[in-house]
Write a protein that binds this ligand. Sequence first.
Ligand SMILES: CC(C)(COP(=O)(O)OP(=O)(O)OC[C@H]1O[C@@H](n2cnc3c(N)ncnc32)[C@H](O)[C@@H]1OP(=O)(O)O)[C@@H](O)C(=O)NCCC(=O)NCCS
Length: 421
Amino acid sequence: MSRTVSAEPIDSLSADWPDQLREIRRQLGERPTLLPHHFLEAVLPKIGGACISLFHAESWEKSSPCGYAFLLPRHTGVDGATFTLRYESVDGSGGLDADAVSKAVGEILPAEQQTRFYLPEGDHIFTPTHFDFDGVDCGRPNKTEAAEIRRMQRSIWHSAADGLYPSDLHSDDGGMGCSLAARVDGDLAGFLLGFFRFPTGPASPGLDIYRQDLQLESQLLAVAPGKRRRRIGQLLKRLQACQAVEQGIDLINWTTDPLLFANALLNFTRLGAVACEFQPNLYSFRNELNRVVASRLNLLWAVRSRRVQRALRFGGQIGPSEVEADSGLTVVNEGGGSPIFGAESARIAIEVPSDWVALQREDMEAAQCWRAITNRLLDHYLGSRPGQYYITGTGVAGWRCYIIGERVDDRLLDELFAPAE
Ligand SMILES: CC(C)(COP(=O)(O)OP(=O)(O)OC[C@H]1O[C@@H](n2cnc3c(N)ncnc32)[C@H](O)[C@@H]1OP(=O)(O)O)[C@@H](O)C(=O)NCCC(=O)NCCS
C-alpha cells in the first residue's frame, strides 16, 4: 500500500535558498541525475520551475524530507500548465510511489497546473533524430551521445560534478525544451540544450505581440575545440529556431558573458539576438570560462521577427561594424578604465577584451578591472528606461573589440521586434 505524503514548497526568494539547495544536495548525495547547483539556484526560479520537499505524512513535522520534487516547465495547453516532476528520494528513507508523490504535489499547486511524474534514474528511451543541415548531421542525441554531452560539458567548462547537466534529460520523456547534437563523421561535434520557460514577469517592451506563456530558455551551446569555426554553433542555433517556430514558440532566452567577444559576434551579429537586461554576478560558480564574477547579459531571440529571420538568412555574411566610421556613436571605456557615464548618442560602444578566456587565465588583475568597469557601464546603460540602450551588435577598431548598444525608442523596438511578413 502506498504511504501518505505531504509536500512543502521551498521559497526560492528567501535569502537562504542557495543554502537550502546545498543542504538538499547533501541529503541526496552526489548522484548524476541531480540538476546542476547553479541551474537550481539561478535558472529554475526564472523559468517558472520549483523545488518541493516531500515528507511521510504521518511524521512530517518532526522528520526531515524523504525526497524532493523538482518541477520543470513542460507545456501549456487548454488544461493549463504542465511540469515535469523529477522525483529524487533520499537514500534510506523509503521510496515513495509515483501516485503518492504526484497527488501530494498536486495538492499544493494551483488548480490549473499539473505534473507529469518522471524518475530520473529510470530506464529511459532515447530516440535520436538526424537532419542533414548544411552537410552536418544534427538532431536529438541517442543514449550514448547523451552521456557524451555530459563529458563534453565537463571537458570544455572544467565544471565540478555539481555543475553538470544529467544525461537523462535528453530522453524522450525528460521534458527538455531543446536537445540537439551535431555529429561530424559520426562523432559528437557539439550540442545545444535548453528548457521550456513559463513567464515570471511582464513582457519586455515591444514583445507583447509574441507568445509569452511558453518560451525557451537555452542553457548550453558547445562545439568541440577541434571542430570550431565551421559554423556548427550557428547551425545548432538555426535548427533550434526552426524547431521553436514549428512548436509555436516565439521567444528564446539565454544568457551570455558580455566579455566573450566571439560569443557576441555569434549572438548579436550572426543570429540577431538582443540584450535588454544585465545581471551582475548571476552565478556563484567558478570554472575554466568563469574565473572572475560570472556576470551575464540576458538575451532575447524573437525567432519570428524580421531581424532574426534576416539574420538567419544572411547573418553568415555580416561582420562587426567599424566603430571609428560611426559618427553617432560614443565609445564609453578604454579597456578596463576611463568609463564615461554621460553618453546620450544614438549608439554606444563598450570595449571588451579580444580574448576574455585567455585574459582570465593570464592576468587575473586585469580581468577583474575589465569586469568591474563593464559591470558598472552595463548596469548604468542597459535597460528600457528612457535614455537607456539595448545591446544589438558588435564592432571593431583595429584590434580593439566592442559590443554596441542602441538607444531605446519606438523606432528601435520596431526594428528589433517587428514580425517578419
Ligand atoms: C561559442 C561556440 C559554441 C561557437 O561555436 P562555433 O561552431 O565555433 O561557432 P561558429 O563557427 O558557428 O561561429 C559563428 C560565428 O561566431 C564568431 N566566432 C565564433 N568563435 C569565434 C572566435 N573564436 N573568434 C572570433 N569569432 C568567433 C564568428 O563570427 C563566427 O562566424 P565566422 O567564422 O563566419 O566568422 C564555441 O566557441 C564554444 O563551444 N565555446 C565554448 C563554450 C561557450 O562559450 N558556449 C557558449 C555559451 S553557453
